[in-house]
Design a protein around this ligand. Structure first.
Ligand code: HEC
Ligand code: HEC
Ligand code: HEC
Ligand code: HEC
Length: 199
């Protein structure tokens, strides 16, 4: 009798594992994605500079300001997620803004937005550094640090973390400052307004 109960229990257990494993796993995966995919309100960037540490002190970055306030160049709307997370959209969408062309993963169909980020089917958002590694490092997601050859250049530019963040962050700040005479968006040469060292 004992043996029967034991084997019945085992059979039952095996069935649960066999029948529900997929469901359990996808349940866990969506739960994990829903938690992991929420961006933090603030990030401290540049905490491990390889270069002149007096000029490249840590950079506090308010993700929440940059996604919920009207921080677009013209000041009329929040910035689209893919203006920064440019590989988090289908390749055909990225290609509308050359030199951009890549998507991650390459065959993705979802564009990252404040809404789609909550969806378990939206691929995980990589950090910029997963591709734009520091000079001399191999990025986690690519064979090498991305390069682009800009119009009028003969040599490719290697988009290290320094160049990728500077071009993205300062590119917008410089344009917004010029257009709206803002004093609050740190421009290219106002290093210390970003590299404040505050953590
Ligand atoms: C809009 C904000 C901003 C401004 C203005 C800015 N930086 Fe940066 N800087 C960053 C960010 C963000 C990173 C990359 C952080 C990371 O990889 O975590 C960075 C990276 C760097 C790095 C590379 C550090 C490394 O990883 O080895 C150096 C050097 C640097 N900045 C120097 C400067 C200097 C010098 C200036 C002024 C001429 C300046 N920055 C202006 C935000 C800024
Ligand atoms: C999955 C890899 C990957 C991730 C993640 C990634 N990039 Fe890129 N980035 C690239 C590649 C590859 C290119 C070259 C153009 C292309 O193939 O789309 C590029 C190009 C760029 C450029 C040059 C575009 C121009 O107009 O000059 C900037 C700036 C940039 N990335 C900033 C960022 C920032 C900021 C982040 C994070 C918010 C980021 N990237 C995340 C791979 C990535
Ligand atoms: C102004 C540029 C910018 C905009 C706009 C932006 N992000 Fe980010 N996001 C960043 C940076 C910088 C980080 C910090 C990690 C890194 O260095 O890539 C980050 C981090 C994240 C992370 C965490 C990634 C990880 O693995 O740690 C998620 C998720 C994310 N953002 C989602 C979004 C969503 C959704 C939107 C639009 C509602 C958005 N972001 C808009 C720049 C931006
Ligand atoms: C598409 C435009 C855009 C991009 C990209 C962008 N910013 Fe900004 N940022 C702004 C604007 C606009 C302001 C000023 C807003 C105001 O005061 O009305 C600002 C303000 C700031 C400030 C002042 C404090 C604050 O939160 O208001 C810091 C620091 C800053 N940005 C850092 C960064 C960094 C670092 C990046 C890149 C990871 C970045 N920004 C990318 C538009 C942008």
């Amino acid at each position: 009798m004992k043996l029967f109960i034991a084997s019945a229990a085992l059979a039952c257990f095996l069935c649960v594992m066999g029948c529900n494993n997929g469901a359990l796993r996808s349940g866990a995966a969506s739960l994990a994605a829903a938690v992991e995919q929420a961006p933090k309100d603030t990030y401290v960037l540049s905490t491990d500079s390889k270069k002149d540490k007096t000029k490249s002190l840590p950079v506090p970055f308010s993700h929440v300001n940059h996604t919920t306030k009207n921080y677009s160049v013209d000041g009329t709307k929040p910035i689209g997620c893919v203006e920064c997370h440019h590989t988090d959209q289908p390749a055909a969408e990225a290609a509308k803004h050359p030199p951009l062309k890549s998507a991650h993963p390459a065959d993705r169909t979802v564009t990252l937005t404040a809404e789609t980020v909550k969806d378990a089917k939206t691929p995980e958002v990589p950090t910029c550094r997963a591709c734009h590694a520091q000079e001399g490092d191999k990025p986690k997601l690519l064979a090498a640090i991305p390069e682009v050859t800009y119009e009028g250049d003969t040599d490719p530019t290697v988009l290290t973390n320094e160049l990728a963040y500077h071009n993205n962050c300062n590119g917008c700040h410089d344009k917004a400052t010029e257009l709206r005479k803002l004093k609050t968006a740190p421009t290219n040469n106002e290093c210390a307004k970003c590299h404040t060292g505050a953590k």
